[in-house]
Ligand binder design. Structure first.
Ligand code: ARG
Length: 569
């Protein structure tokens, strides 16, 4: 049961107007507090405290109310009856949304022939969590891995391969795609090509020009370049798949990015031309997305660059057109680094002006950077910018060190789950927009607000239930201790928390909830023995029931955050 909603609705029904229900940080005086008397006093022109006194007997009549009391200028504290709690506490189930939406979520957005950077970690973690949550609360979502597979890097990588292996038939203009070519590369080698080519191009204008020429020909459909691209696309897709598995995120509904979007450029261009939206500017084609009300600079949106090539901008607009055609979404949400905010503002305006998709149905969730202790983007020990795999490897090493120190023996799979939980939970715990410092040692601690602590609590609770090996059913009646009561109330907050986390786009709400729940589970565990010999069968059964609800709730939260519970810890 969503206790918050139930209590709030019942109070509003009873009083005949909408009041606001609060969940106090400290619940010693009440499980909830309402501002009903303040609202009522405004309507009736009365004194809130006096009115609160009039409301008390009315609220006392509600089936869930144990006690009501007045606090401060007229807040009313409400304590819930224990029986009501025990009768109505349930483990969370997927919800139905009042207005279910179709939502396209653009995250991941990995790049072909480039290793994943640290930013890809956050888009994956945050995007995947919102995808889980949106599904859980009853929306229909489609995740789009908007692969970077059409721009500058393609030209550079193909030019680099041409430099290394000019004899390959791919570079002939009359290349026949049916020709078998004996050429293999592995992913590590491939991922090296882009940085090598890119620094080489900086010093060699000729090579730079060649890469640009290749890119343009590639986009225009040069058969050899395309065949070569298909080769490394396959390698990159395989690597992306491995990343999805390693990160334990949901598989993408679409691995379709810039190249797929490019197929729609013609259609979009027609629309833009009809609306006279494309302007020539120093050889490039641009869209003016400035508004009279703008106070900050608003550069034009680049439809085609001065070499006539497709751009990140144009393929992004075409991608919107494509999604509209395929999913017809009620909403499109992008998860990228905050530094892309301007790009998305431009995109949303261009889409709106062209009538392709309305401005107010777009959303960009921008996240901050992952930094080292020096406050700059996190680097590996050798001083290079850390990639996605580096972060996970570093966390893995930190877990191995901790486990060795504690004398525990855990298998590799378990260590990986713990390390992943450490990284993901820590990420979700931070406000999405803010930067944070990545400290492998603190995030892998088994105590405190950490992923390992969350998993450890789940593993321990699970093992109690396994050891009990009993049928777990709801007790007829059961006198609740303070620890049991607090835990059940928290369990009944689950749905409200998930809805708030979604509405506020706040992953920290779910992470903090999981932590609070674990604290209460551990208080319960320490103060309410279950399997000890001196515990009566009735108490044992009641506590097992509560343990089971707690476990199911915690494991649902763990699932939504994309963590995995290991068998032992
Ligand atoms: N591939 C880009 C990157 O790695 C992010 C793309 C984000 N999505 C989009 N539709 N522009 O930074």
């Amino acid at each position: 049961m969503n206790l918050y909603k139930y209590v709030s609705d019942e109070i509003n029904k009873k009083l005949g107007f909408e009041a606001k229900l609060d969940v106090p940080k400290n619940r010693d005086f009440g499980d909830f507090a309402t501002n009903a008397a303040m609202v009522g006093a405004k309507i009736a022109g009365k004194n809130p405290r006096e009115l609160a006194n009039e409301y008390l007997p009315l609220l006392q009549q509600l089936d869930f109310v144990k006690e009501v009391s007045i606090a401060g200028p007229g807040f009313i504290n409400i304590k819930i009856k224990d029986d009501f709690i025990l009768d109505n506490a349930t483990a969370p189930k997927p919800m139905t949304a009042k207005e279910p939406l179709v939502i396209d979520m653009d995250y991941g957005a990995y790049n072909v022939a480039k290793s994943l950077h640290i930013g890809h970690l956050r888009t994956s973690i945050v995007g995947d969590t919102f995808n889980h949550i949106a599904k859980f609360i009853g929306h229909k979502t489609f995740s789009w891995n908007h692969i970077g597979d059409w721009g500058k890097p393609m030209g550079l990588v193909i030019a680099w391969i041409e430099r290394l292996h000019p004899e390959l038939p791919y570079f002939q203009d009359n290349f026949n795609p049916e020709t078998p070519v004996d050429y293999e590369i592995d992913v590590a080698e491939l991922n090296n090509y882009y940085p090598s080519a890119s620094s080489f191009a900086k010093e060699n204008p000729e090579f730079q020009a060649r890469a640009q020429e290749i890119k343009a020909k590639f986009q225009a459909g040069h058969p050899g370049y395309f065949a070569l691209y298909e080769k490394f696309l396959a390698i990159s897709l395989q690597a992306m798949n491995n990343t999805v598995k390693r990160l334990n995120i949901l598989p993408f509904d679409y691995d379709l990015g810039e190249r797929n979007a490019a197929k729609y450029l013609k259609d979009v261009e027609e629309i833009l031309n009809e609306k006279h939206m494309i302007y020539e500017n120093e050889g490039a084609q641009i869209i003016n997305v400035k508004r009279d009300t703008d106070t900050a600079p608003m550069p034009p949106y680049m439809w085609r660059d001065s070499r006539g090539a497709d751009t990140y901008d144009s393929t992004d607009l075409a991608a919107v057109y494509c999604r509209k055609k395929i999913d017809n979404p009620d909403k499109i949400i992008y998860f990228t680094d905050l530094r892309q905010s301007l790009h998305f503002e431009q995109l949303f305006r261009a889409a709106d002006m062209s009538g392709i998709y309305p401005y107010d149905k777009f959303e960009h969730i921008g996240y901050g950077t992952i930094n080292g202790k020096d406050g700059k983007p996190f680097k590996t020990r050798d001083g290079n910018a850390a990639g996605l795999d580096d972060i996970l490897d570093i966390a893995n090493d930190a877990v191995i060190a901790r486990v060795a120190e504690s004398g525990k023996k855990l298998d590799d799979e378990t260590i990986k789950s713990i390390a992943l939980a450490a990284v993901k939970f820590n990420d979700l715990l931070h406000d999405v927009k803010s930067d944070y410092v990545f400290d492998p040692s603190s995030i892998t601690s088994f105590e405190g607000k950490t992923g390992p602590y969350i998993l450890y609590t789940a593993v321990r609770l699970n093992s109690v239930m396994k050891r009990a090996n009993a049928d777990i059913t709801k007790p007829e009646s059961f006198e609740l201790s303070a620890e049991e009561r607090n835990l059940l109330i928290e369990i009944m907050d689950f749905e409200h928390t998930i809805l708030s986390a979604y509405d506020n786009r706040a992953t920290d709400m779910i992470a903090n909830y999981a932590y609070d729940l674990c604290q209460l589970i551990n208080n319960f565990y320490h103060n309410c023995p279950i399997l000890r010999d001196d515990v009566t069968p009735e108490i044992k059964a009641g506590r097992l029931y509560i343990a089971k609800l707690a476990f199911d709730t915690l494991s649902t939260a763990i699932d939504l955050m994309g963590l995995k519970i290991p068998n032992e810890m």
